[in-house]
Design a protein. Structure first.
Length: 159
């Protein structure tokens, strides 16, 4: 297993705010310079993401959710089971729950930290992010990097 932390943004880039995780990953890829933190745009990769989950001990994910909270609300979830994940959006080919269930069966589930960001709606065939989600992405980038660095610090202290 890799000793690095993975920040994984998921979502559909062509569905407006639903693609916030992809926008986050793309921005972080250009801004972050830390050899112990990898950033990947997971898009709607579904089962293709399993290899990433199997490679890292710790995965920090970012995904959008339609949960009736104000747009831009950020919550951190530490899911242990597939039922702990928010309801999948129809724009994902295979939901995160399916991937997690498979990894549990294979006994290869890493430590997962999931940042979910509330969105108001999905905008089909749009790569634009609404202003409130763009502001929230800036806050989330900071939170995700701070979490990754704190997890790496704890890991180094244990060793």
């Amino acid at each position: 297993m890799n000793k690095k932390v993975l920040i994984l943004g998921v979502g559909n880039y062509l569905m407006g705010d639903e693609g916030m995780g992809v926008h986050l990953a793309r921005q972080l890829s250009n801004e972050l310079d830390d050899e112990l933190i990898d950033v990947v745009d997971g898009g709607t990769g579904g089962f293709a993401l399993m290899e990433l989950f199997e490679t890292y001990q710790t995965v920090i994910m970012a995904d959008a959710t339609l949960d009736q909270r104000p747009a831009g609300t950020i919550r951190l979830i530490q899911p242990k089971f597939s039922a702990d994940f928010p309801k999948a959006m129809s724009t994902h080919e295979i939901g995160l729950k399916d991937v997690v269930e498979s990894l549990i069966l294979l006994d290869k589930l890493p430590q997962i930290y999931l940042f979910v960001m509330s969105i108001e709606k999905v905008q089909p065939l749009s790569i634009d992010i609404s202003p409130e989600i763009e502001v929230a992405i800036q806050r989330l980038k900071k939170k995700a990097v701070e979490l990754a660095k704190s997890l790496l610090t704890v890991e180094q202290e244990v060793m």
